[in-house]
Design a protein around this ligand. Structure first.
Ligand code: DGL
Length: 279
């Protein structure tokens, strides 16, 4: 019986789509979430910088005594998973492999689409992961950076959102797919609009939701799950940006009216983390 928390990190509120699924699938596992809204978006940043930021968030979570780390951000997974995983002595889970697996399973025509940030699409991480398993799958990748700002500015249900999503997904008219990976943890908040634009015949893959199934499997594999059904954890949410904006979106998305995220002062945190990383 292991009551240590599971740490989740993202560049912003997008990782909450993973947390939402975690709360549903693993209600007795304590969540500690950090969103780096002060430095969002990660998508246009060079991979080296994304690795640096991801390390900083990881160190913050390690101080909270987490038993597993979930990189609930595709951009950070693409850049930093292979760097961070071998350096930690706890399991580290990214979102790209579970999403790729689910897409391979779902597609019938062998035509899979991927939408993600510029960083994720440029890394080609999804296509490489899919082709490592099945080379016959035709992958059509489209960068969709504007969708992130729609979510972070709480405009994901607006008329503008519909227009932006339709414009972004236009390439799939020329290259039809039967399965589309929402390869950015922010996108599931736009799911109804994306589904509407793509049509009912297209299966949408939520990489974050798929990731939680992997988390669940690994908890059992490493025998670190909390089996105490009477444990109702008090989850912790942190942001480097505006706690008020975080509370509004997170409260709405997670259905937690009493949501209170704590704002982390990066300026104070980073020198301390850098010193620890050098030791
Ligand atoms: N949520 C992040 C992802 O899954 C990206 C958002 C950003 O550009 O920071 O890729």
């Amino acid at each position: 019986m292991n009551k240590q928390p599971i740490g989740y990190l993202d560049s912003g509120v997008g990782g909450l789509t993973v947390v939402k699924e975690a709360l549903r699938q693993l209600p007795h596992e304590k969540v500690i979430f950090i969103g780096d809204q002060a430095r969002l978006p990660y998508g246009p940043r060079p991979a080296e910088q994304v690795i640096e930021f991801t390390w900083e968030l990881t160190h913050f979570l390690l101080k909270k005594n987490i038993k597993m780390l979930v990189i609930a951000c595709n951009t950070a997974t693409a850049a930093a998973l292979s760097v961070i995983r071998p350096k930690l002595n706890i399991p580290v889970v990214g979102v790209i492999l579970p999403g790729s697996r689910a897409a391979i399973k779902a597609t019938k025509t062998g035509n899979v689409g991927i939408i993600g940030t510029n960083g994720t699409i440029k890394s080609d991480a999804y296509a490489r992961t899919i082709h490592r398993k099945n080379q016959n799958i035709q992958v059509t990748s489209v960068a969709a950076p504007k969708l992130v700002s729609l979510v972070e500015s709480n405009e994901y249900q607006s008329v503008i959102a519909k227009k932006v999503v339709a414009e972004t997904l236009a390439p799939y008219k020329k290259h039809p797919v039967d399965t589309l990976i929402m390869g950015c943890t922010h996108y599931p908040l736009l799911r109804p609009i994306i589904q509407n634009v793509m049509g009912d015949g297209v299966t949408l893959i939520d990489s974050g939701a798929e990731t939680v199934s992997e988390v669940s499997t690994l908890l059992d594999y490493f025998d670190i799950a909390n089996d105490d059904q009477n444990y109702h954890p008090e989850h912790e949410f942190y942001t480097t940006g505006s706690a008020q904006m975080f509370d509004t979106i997170a409260g709405d998305w997670l259905g937690m009216s009493q949501m209170h995220a704590e704002k982390i002062d990066l300026k104070r945190l980073i020198p301390q983390i850098s010193m620890e990383m050098e030791q």
